[in-house]
Design a protein around this ligand. Structure first.
Ligand SMILES: Nc1ncnc2c1ncn2[C@@H]1O[C@H](COP(=O)(O)OP(=O)(O)OP(=O)(O)O)[C@@H](O)[C@H]1O
Length: 272
């Protein structure tokens, strides 16, 4: 069992994830480029934490490292008392059951050759949950219902190309939800959706959080979106978190020059 070896009291009794000193550099054309330069933050239980920063700041890299899709060079990630960085691949796979990720592109993130049933049940198969196909189908129907793809029977046998962009993103959310995670890393899930679909997805995410006590790390370019959707906001600049706090407070009273420039850019955009 994974937990047995690594269990210790969580550093923050209400936190589920505590990230400390995360560093990552990529080798490109022979030279090493530092992307994350000692990133520190926490995500609380049932909390939605927004992560903003300029393009290329390293937001997705943080998300991928937490979801286990990439390895950090150093630092620690205490997740429910388990140190993710120190885990072997098979332990990490088990932990991954309760940390899931949803992605930006509703067209590329779902295989076009799989039905919605196959796509949403795939994590169950990987995690060896759901004893047979009919049980898995039932769990898929429930997950589709949870993300407001109703009636689920209308969606389950279709292919992604038969769905709208907003519906596909909710399929991605159902796929992330089906193993009942504690934490979902959402990497710009709304950026390719128009305003009304954006709202639908955020409502579906908020509903899941309310019903099932899920925390989100919500990565976005759109700092305005974080005001109501996120409890807390983290601002990433030059590989470090330069500001963190209640999202309304950070937006209304930014302390760091970089945060001010992000908000100014938003105001300039709204004036166009
Ligand atoms: N596999 C890789 N190899 C080399 N460089 C990479 C790799 N992945 C990311 N990078 C670089 O790391 C930096 C951070 O990338 P990342 O995708 O995390 O940024 P981001 O903040 O999510 O950007 P955006 O908002 O544009 O999506 C970028 O400069 C990117 O080019």
């Amino acid at each position: 069992m994974v937990a047995k070896k690594t269990v210790k009291a969580p550093a923050n009794s209400t936190g589920i994830l505590e990230v400390r000193g995360l560093r990552k550099a990529y080798k490109t054309r022979g030279s090493l480029v530092t992307v994350l330069n000692g990133v520190d933050f926490t995500v609380g239980d049932n909390e939605t934490v927004g992560l903003v920063g300029s393009s290329g700041a390293g937001k997705s890299t943080i998300g991928r490292i937490i979801a286990g899709l990439e390895q950090a060079d150093s630092g620690s990630m205490d997740y429910l008392g388990q140190e993710l960085q120190a885990m072997k691949p098979n332990e990490r796979r088990l932990a991954a059951k309760s940390i899931q990720m949803i992605f930006q592109d509703p067209y590329e993130s779902l295989s076009p050759r799989m039905t919605i049933e196959q796509l949403v049940s795939e994590p169950l198969i990987i995690q060896k949950q759901g004893k047979d196909r009919s049980m898995r189908r039932q769990l898929v129907l429930e997950a589709l219902e949870e993300v407001s793809l109703t009636p689920p029977e209308r969606f389950i046998d279709r292919y992604p190309h038969e769905l709208s962009g907003g519906e596909r993103q909710r399929v991605g959310l159902a796929r992330a939800f089906i193993c009942r995670p504690r934490l979902i890393v959402a990497d710009e899930p709304t950026s390719m959706l128009d305003a009304s679909l954006r709202l639908e997805l955020l409502q579906a995410m908020a509903q899941l959080r309310e019903r099932h006590r899920i925390s989100y790390l919500f990565i976005t370019h759109d700092i305005a979106l974080t005001r109501n959707f996120c409890d807390r906001l983290l601002v990433l600049d030059k590989g470090e978190i330069v500001e963190a706090g209640n999202s309304g407070t950070v937006i209304d009273h930014p302390q760091h020059q970089f945060t001010r420039s992000l908000i100014q850019a938003l105001m300039d955009l709204n004036r166009i």
